[in-house]
Ligand binder design. Structure first.
Ligand code: NDP
Length: 403
């Protein structure tokens, strides 16, 4: 039906390319482009071998709008799936506007010299996309992404008003490495080391990084220490569901991970301030990224599961109600299917599903949108069909305190 251009050939890009190739009816021609073309070629060879599908590859520096414009003009895709880094979001959106192509990503824009992610820069493109008759779908991974769809599904089918939202994200996997991050190390460490933030009674409450934590029990996994972090979907969900009195995001970290991170922070390795090293300017965090295992290398021998879900309390027919919807995903099963670990898989599958819904016209409106602004039902159905089945617990006891 449609040609698609995927930008970024890391852990997530690999999964998106595999999953699009496995849905050839929708994605009839696939071009995978990234800064290092050898990574695209490796993924293309894997896809040919595992699914018998041929995809094309290209070298691209997506910071350069003109390069992306030229590639789009040559390949003529209907949609660009951006799974490079958040730094490239605006440049790729500019290229889409210039060439008349729809856009989808999984992480909101972040300036490279400031660890600050916010939707304001991308929401500011709304009018331009509307006028061009184009759609941009933002944050269509798992979190952000499926967490927004879970919330929209709860609002549509289970509640009259949502009051309390706790997004709980557990990775109970073991990759056997002393220290590694499951998605791009630079983006991941910037996210975790900044102050935490949550929404309460109409305002943001800021807390020192990792200062609120408690054990939370996850299905099929058990209790894991979970920490309140700021996560980007809180910004759009509190805007799109204004009845929320409190919205928080919890993520699990093992003690060894935290100890490594503390040491790296204490010695200055997580800083994004450039330093001069032997006459060359380097950014310590970018150097650290270069010595850490890349996310796409963690899949082999990764064991255990992830569990990500939404725990919601609100009101239905005048009565208090609680609801928990989640997905558990197995690292080893992901590796067998698409040579990836579960963190990349849980991001790449929703990106493919969002793209499929856009190209099939089920989710297609000019403008710039977050996922929770669309009907969640077809997405929820496709999660079950494409490898991320979910479970819902109505009136479950939730592990939080409510005023
Ligand atoms: P990786 O670091 O594994 O991959 C990033 C890829 O982007 C690499 O192939 C890299 O190329 C490429 N890239 C970087 N800069 C450019 C550029 N200027 N032009 C073209 N390509 C470029 O990261 P992940 O795959 O783990 O993450 C990809 C995205 O997914 C990130 O934005 C991340 O924040 C997001 N994400 C979203 C999640 C969600 O649930 N919503 C969860 C996890 C990740 P090279 O190989 O040359 O470095």
């Amino acid at each position: 039906m449609s040609k698609v251009l995927i930008i970024g050939a890391g852990g997530v890009g690999g999964v998106v390319a595999h999953k699009c190739a496995m849905n050839k009816d929708t994605f009839t021609e696939i071009l995978l482009a990234s800064r290092t073309v050898a990574k695209c070629d490796r993924i293309a060879a894997e896809i040919q071998e595992m699914h018998g599908v041929k995809i094309s590859t290209a070298a691209l520096d997506a910071d350069e709008v003109a390069q992306t414009v030229a590639l789009i003009e040559k390949f003529q895709p209907k949609l660009v799936i951006n799974v490079a880094l958040p730094y490239q979001d605006l440049a790729i959106m500019d290229a889409c506007l210039e060439t008349g192509v729809h856009y989808l990503d999984t992480a909101n824009y972040e300036p490279i010299d400031e660890a600050k992610f916010e939707y304001k820069w991308q929401w500011a493109y709304k009018e331009r996309f509307e006028k061009a008759g184009l759609m941009a779908l933002l944050g269509c991974g798992f979190d952000p992404g499926v967490t927004g769809i879970f919330t929209a599904y709860a609002a549509k089918h289970h509640f009259d008003e949502l009051h309390y939202l706790d997004i709980v994200d557990c990775n109970a996997g073991d990759h056997g490495k002393a220290f590694a991050t499951n998605f791009n190390p630079e983006i991941n460490i910037r996210e975790i080391t900044q102050p935490g933030r949550y929404w309460e009674n109409g305002e943001w409450v800021e807390i020192p990084a990792m200062s609120i934590h408690k054990p939370i029990a996850y299905p099929n996994i058990g209790e894991r220490e979970s920490y309140v972090l700021y996560h980007e979907e809180l910004e759009s969900l509190t805007k799109n569901f204004p009845t929320l009195k409190r919205a928080r995001f919890w993520m699990t970290f093992g003690q060894a991970y935290i100890t490594h991170l503390e040491v790296l922070q204490n010695v200055g390795m997580t800083s994004i301030e450039p330093i001069n090293y032997q006459g060359v300017e380097i950014v310590p965090l970018q150097f650290l990224k270069a010595v850490l295992p890349p996310p796409e290398s963690l899949g082999e021998n990764y064991e255990g599961q992830t569990s990500i879900g939404c725990q919601i309390k609100g009101v239905k027919d005048g009565k208090d109600k609680s609801y928990y919807v989640y997905n558990n995903c197995d690292h080893a099963a992901c590796y067998r299917e698409v040579r990836s670990q579960a963190v990349s898989y849980t991001t790449g599958v929703p990106a493919m599903i969002g793209a499929k819904l856009m190209l099939e016209g089920k989710w297609m409106r000019p403008g710039v949108f977050n996922v929770e602004e669309f009907d969640p039902d077809p997405f929820m159905e496709m999660l079950n069909a494409h490898g991320l089945p979910w479970t819902e617990l109505v009136d479950a006891e939730l592990p939080h305190e409510y005023p």
